[in-house]
Design a protein around this ligand. Sequence first.
Ligand SMILES: [Zn+2]
Length: 78
Amino acid sequence: MGRKDWERFQRLRDSNPDYVGYRGLDTVVTVQAPSAATETVVCSVCNRKRNVASDSLPEDISTFVCLRCQEDSGGDAT
Ligand SMILES: [Zn+2]
């Protein structure tokens, strides 16, 4: 670690007591872990790619309809 890096590290550590260093705990480095798993699925109506939470996917992904298309088709049901 170069001297400049070391100074930077100390500044970071001073401003963040939880900071453990460049090679510290992995959990500290990967702060941006996604809260929910998402998949890129192509909407069967508009053929646009959508990022959808894996939980809300239909069993047959080829029948997936994105929220926008669901709203469009639901508006003129009556
Ligand atoms: Zn769509």
